[in-house]
Design a protein around this ligand. Structure first.
Ligand SMILES: CC(C)(COP(=O)(O)OP(=O)(O)OC[C@H]1O[C@@H](n2cnc3c(N)ncnc32)[C@H](O)[C@@H]1OP(=O)(O)O)[C@@H](O)C(=O)NCCC(=O)NCCS
Length: 136
């Protein structure tokens, strides 16, 4: 696939009120999502996922940077999340979070990730839109 695909992606911020989402769109199709919520200075990262054919183009990284940027602007002190990758995906996801500065820890069968004091990110090259979401 043409590596220039990343230039065709638009990132849409959706405010569902109880949580926020950045979605990566290609020809109006959602091909990646990062869902999170913020409460009392703490962010809970529900999921970051990119559809398989579109992985390794930097889209997941952009989604996580957009989420972190929003958290920094909202003075979040810590981002925490739980993930459930299966099989081979586990090492991919661990590497992905480690690369973005998250610590990873296991409690029993559950995996958690966490990062303190997220910082503003340079998101100037990304095409970003905003919309209001209906409560799901
Ligand atoms: C984890 C996940 C979100 C990463 O998404 P992604 O879009 O592939 O992420 P990125 O492209 O930013 O980074 C992945 C790799 O691609 C590489 N990459 C980025 N842009 C690239 C490019 N243009 N060409 C080649 N490689 C590239 C990155 O360097 C990175 O490689 P590394 O791990 O060796 O450092 C994705 O694999 C996924 O959805 N996994 C399953 C869902 C899941 O379990 N999520 C966990 C939360 S519940």
């Amino acid at each position: 696939m043409d590596k220039k695909i990343e230039e065709l992606i638009t990132y849409n911020f959706v405010d569902y009120k109880t949580y926020q989402s950045y979605e990566a769109l290609l020809n109006e199709q959602v091909i990646g999502t990062c869902n999170y919520s913020v409460d009392k200075g703490k962010a809970w990262l529900y999921i970051v996922r990119v559809a398989e054919p579109f992985r390794k183009y930097g889209i997941g990284g952009n989604l996580i940077r957009l989420m972190e940027n929003d958290c920094a602007l909202r003075r979040v002190r810590e981002i925490e999340g739980k993930y459930f990758p299966q099989g081979e995906e586990d090492s991919v996801v661990r590497k992905f979070y480690a690369k973005h500065g998250y610590s990873i820890y296991d409690e029993g069968y559950e995996h958690f990730v966490s990062k303190f004091s997220p910082e503003k990110q340079d998101i100037s090259g990304l095409k970003i839109t905003k919309s209001k979401g209906m409560e799901k």
